[in-house]
Ligand binder design. Structure first.
Ligand code: HEM
Length: 442
């Protein structure tokens, strides 16, 4: 069903910019700050401009699909995000990557007193994780030698060159270069072929060896065991997932650790919270890490991993503020700007204050998390296309925060404030140079 903004009674029915859907974090102590009634949801279309730019790379994967094709993929992949799968993800994928790779690499940095690029390390961590989730393949990108792994490099190249198309003055420029197979389009074609061939090879091996079942952790095995074996279709889905999960959690964590280094009072409170949990907190314990959850939300309010996102208008419509939009137009919403609006976040919007997401009945009582509706805080988008991996992302991030902070202090090197840049996802310009220090247990 198409729902129009103009179908609703008054402008005041809406939070800024978009419609309402409650946050999905609903475990432990939790309340919603803006209680609004559930209303019908609109379709959210990527549209031709977005789809055409990314089609060579993403094909018709979920990230680049609209209509029935999108709906079908969303339904099938949703299974990967139920509680049982998420538990497995934390216990088998994140914990292994943390204890076998991230912690030893940080131990090494302490021993050798080296300055490391923590952004690079977190990106490698996230890439290994998402590859294991998407197709059960371990690229071992996070290894002490920080290797230039072929698949990861081709993937990076394909993302960069595909997103460069968005800044082309006219689509004709890149289309002509593509037709002539020259310059950046030639490089893009090579990178895409490498990525797709690689994905298909894994798929063929899995099919041949029949090393998959419906119980497998990875998405590819799930698709195969439920009878979907078309190579191109399955490769499209897997590639979309890698893109979605690759740089998002690492971007969030990079800014989070930087903010923490300037807010010792927040770090102490997080340490207190993780000190109450097991060394490798189980799924349920992580759900209860309310203060850490709030700190991550607050960090992404100021530095959202996806700073801007674009959709296409399905039908002529009028937005709540009276803006007329026409079918086919592109509309962008801007989580980076929306997280900094004084009217929404208050005069102290520029401050990093996890407590703005928390309440407690009385001094000394436990905190409870008070979420914002996802249209006020669209860091994971909102509505029917809200991020599928949101809960998985929080689990992964909390596990990393807990694992790293328990043992180490992350100390930025050099006094300059970092610069926030973005293509599809946000980055810290030039990386995040830090020293890792062993945390003394007091
Ligand atoms: C902090 C981490 C993350 C943030 C901030 C984030 C944010 C977003 C945003 C803004 C979108 C909408 C993009 C668009 O429609 O243009 C999205 C979609 C999506 N995300 Fe995430 N994401 C995160 C982590 C993840 C992870 C770890 C996964 C998978 C394992 C994931 C899977 C997806 C998928 C499959 C979609 C497409 C949903 C659809 O179109 O129906 N995300 N995410």
């Amino acid at each position: 069903m198409d729902v129009r903004h103009s179908d609703f009674h008054s402008k005041s029915d809406f939070p800024p910019l978009l419609w309402f859907q409650p946050e999905s974090y609903n475990h432990g102590q939790h309340r919603q700050r803006t209680a609004r009634s559930q209303i019908p949801l609109p379709q959210l279309h990527k549209g031709d401009f977005f789809r055409n730019n990314l089609r060579d790379f993403l094909g018709d994967g979920i990230f680049n699909a609209d209509g029935d094709n999108w709906k079908f993929q969303r339904q099938v992949s949703s299974h990967d995000f139920n509680t049982k799968s998420l538990r497995k993800f934390v216990e088998h994928v994140v914990d292994d990557e943390l204890s076998d790779r991230l912690i030893p690499i940080l131990e090494l940095a302490v021993a050798n007193k080296t300055v490391v690029d923590f952004q690079d390390i977190l990106q490698r961590f996230a890439f290994d994780n998402i590859c294991k989730i998407a197709f059960g393949y371990d690229p071992e990108y996070l290894s002490p030698s920080l290797p230039q792994e072929k698949f990861a490099v081709a993937f990076e190249q394909a993302v960069k060159l595909s997103t460069d198309r968005f800044s082309s003055l006219s689509p004709y420029f890149w289309k002509i270069k593509r037709a002539l197979n020259i310059g950046s389009e030639k490089q893009l074609k090579i990178a895409i072929n490498q990525v797709r061939e690689f994905a298909k090879e894994i798929l063929r091996n899995k099919k041949q060896e029949r090393t998959y079942s419906i119980e497998s952790v990875d998405l590819l095995s799930r698709f195969l065991s439920s009878g979907h074996s078309d190579e191109d279709f399955v490769a499209d889905i897997v590639i979309s997932f890698i893109l979605a999960g690759r740089d998002t959690t690492s971007a969030a964590l990079t800014w989070f650790f930087w903010l923490l280094s300037n807010h010792p009072e927040v770090e102490s409170e997080i340490l207190r919270e993780i000190g109450e949990k097991s060394e490798a907190p189980a799924y349920d314990e992580m759900k209860d890490m309310v203060y850490t959850h709030a700190s991550l939300c607050e960090s992404m309010r100021l530095y959202p991993p996806v700073p801007v996102d674009t959709k296409a208008v399905v039908n002529d419509d009028v937005l709540p503020d009276g803006t007329i939009v026409k079918k086919g137009m592109r509309i962008s919403y801007h989580p980076y700007a929306m997280g900094r609006v004084e009217k929404v976040w208050g005069k102290d919007w520029a401050e990093f204050l996890p407590t703005r997401w928390l309440e407690r009945e009385a001094e000394g009582e436990k905190w409870s998390f008070v979420s914002r509706d996802s249209y006020t805080y669209p860091v994971f988008q909102a509505g029917p296309r809200i991020c599928l991996g949101k809960e998985m992302a929080f689990l992964q991030m909390k596990r990393v925060v807990s694992g790293v902070l328990r043992k180490f202090r992350v100390v930025p090197e050099g006094g300059e404030p970092p610069v926030y840049i973005s293509d599809l996802t946000a980055k810290m310009k030039g990386g995040f140079s830090v020293r890792i220090e062993k945390r003394r247990v007091s």
